[in-house]
Write a protein that binds this ligand. Structure first.
Ligand SMILES: Cc1cc2nc3c(=O)[nH]c(=O)nc-3n(C[C@H](O)[C@H](O)[C@H](O)COP(=O)(O)OP(=O)(O)OC[C@H]3O[C@@H](n4cnc5c(N)ncnc54)[C@H](O)[C@@H]3O)c2cc1C
Length: 405
């Protein structure tokens, strides 16, 4: 799959990223992780503290897949509102889902204290505004649901919004405890931590064949080496669906711009994350070195050449959308990318476990909070591999009936 193209800001922020060798021999291990993006790193991080032989293989270099395109707004609320998700999954399950997502954000925060590469994790408020007045009722219902379940949010009216920002909207929710980070540094931080604890990591090592024996998986690399693993975690991002199709996933094209650094963020309340109820939505955040990242304007195409042909126009439109909100901040694009964006049809991520892939687990942590979902699924899978069971993983299992509102 040709997942993305363009220019990427995050890899420029860690000029001396750790490097890892290519695999040059056959290996045996307890757990093989296929993919050295943030999901593979999250799996390695959770497995590093147990007495298991863990190996990570990455076909290119670490962190240059979707991880490099990730705008890394760290939130638990996603494209489908929780009040819609409860129609499909029930209130109890969705409340648990929210708890697990919030825990995943806390765990990312904690990782920053454990790992030696700081990854610019900062707690931020999120402004989630009504794109049109008609959306206010839905926002209100969502707010009632979240407040009932103890989520720290505020409801802002038009006057409150315009006293905090240079724009006015009919209403908004303010999420108190979201965050932002640098996903490239995050991935390297977790992998460096895991590597120091004994996890073996190989770059430029592509998997191109998987076969099964009754108690192990035989994985062949492009250079002809064999890895015999008791369990395999397929953390290959969107390309995981090239290994095995998952009918509950779907793709659209999305676009991002990262601007040159700005001098100030006057009138941008606490440099909050900002997004909206429109679908597709536009979203913005700032970076540690004072840039703005603007993303969205999703497009239904899943042909890479069509996606990429739209980049120049979308880059222009994203800047226009930003200017509508902050006309006094003069932004200039420095990086821009077009990318596939994976979601699930029913709105929650998937742990893929299939009879035709015994001893394998696919992390299909797709959705707009992919980083948070991967953190959560990586933890659940580590729990399952280490202790033999993980009751919470049932909600995300690929065998769940497809329930779309
Ligand atoms: C434009 C964009 C914006 C996003 N914004 C957000 C956001 O704001 N917040 C958020 O939470 N999420 C966001 N996401 C989602 C987030 O980027 C992903 O959830 C996350 O990056 C997934 O990481 P990953 O490791 O699963 O995938 P990847 O980073 O793609 O890593 C998978 C790795 O597997 C490797 N691989 C694939 N096949 C093989 C093979 N056969 N052998 C060996 N290695 C292989 C690839 O080379 C790749 O490095 C965004 C995604 C995009 C595209």
């Amino acid at each position: 799959m040709d997942i993305q193209s363009g220019t990427y800001y995050w890899p420029t922020t860690l000029a001396t990223a750790p490097t890892y060798p290519q695999l040059t021999e056959d290996l045996n291990c307890d757990v093989l992780i296929i993919g050295g993006g943030s999901s593979g790193a999250q799996c390695a991080y959770y497995l590093a503290n147990h007495h298991l032989d863990v190996v990570v293989v990455e076909k290119n270099l670490i962190g240059l897949g979707s991880t490099a395109a990730n705008t890394a707004l760290i939130q638990y609320a996603g494209e489908k509102m929780f009040t819609d998700l409860i129609n499909s999954f029930g209130e109890k399950n969705i409340v648990r889902h929210i708890e697990l997502c919030k825990q995943a954000i806390d765990d990312i925060e904690e990782a920053q204290t454990t790992c030696s590469i700081p990854f610019e994790f900062i707690r931020r408020k999120s402004l989630y505004f009504a794109s049109k007045a008609d959306d206010l009722n839905k926002l209100k219902l969502e707010a009632d649901f979240l407040l009932k379940h103890g989520c720290p949010i505020d409801i802002w009216d038009e006057a409150t919004i315009s006293s905090h920002y240079p724009f006015s909207k009919a209403g908004a929710l303010i999420f108190q405890n979201d965050a932002e980070m640098n996903p490239f540094k995050f991935t390297h931080a977790l992998l460096q931590y895991a590597n120091a604890k004994g996890v073996a990591i190989y770059e430029n090592t592509s998997v191109n064949g998987i076969t099964f024996q009754h108690d192990q998986v035989n994985v062949r690399t492009r250079h002809g080496h064999l890895i015999h693993a008791k369990k395999v975690l397929i953390a290959s991002g969107y390309e995981g669906t090239d290994i095995r199709k998952e009918p509950n996933t779907s793709f659209v094209s999305t676009f991002t711009v990262t601007t040159k650094p700005l001098q100030h963020f006057n009138d941008w309340y606490e440099r909050s994350l900002i997004w909206e109820t429109a679908r597709p939505y536009t979203y913005i955040r700032t970076t540690a070195d004072n840039r703005v990242i603007i993303g969205g304007l999703d497009d239904p195409t899943n042909y890479p050449e069509v996606r990429d042909s739209k980049l120049v126009n979308k880059r222009h439109k994203l800047i226009e959308e930003f200017n509508k909100l902050f006309p006094h901040l003069h932004v200039e694009a420095e990086f821009a990318s077009s990318a596939f964006y994976g979601g699930t049809r029913d709105g929650i991520p998937i742990i893929g476990e299939y009879t035709d892939y015994p001893h394998c687990y696919f992390l299909f942590a797709f959705g707009d909070n992919g980083t948070v979902y991967s953190m959560m699924l990586a933890k659940l899978l580590a729990e399952k591999l280490v202790s033999g069971s993980s009751p919470d993983s049932r909600l995300y299992h690929s065998s769940r009936p497809l329930r779309v509102n």
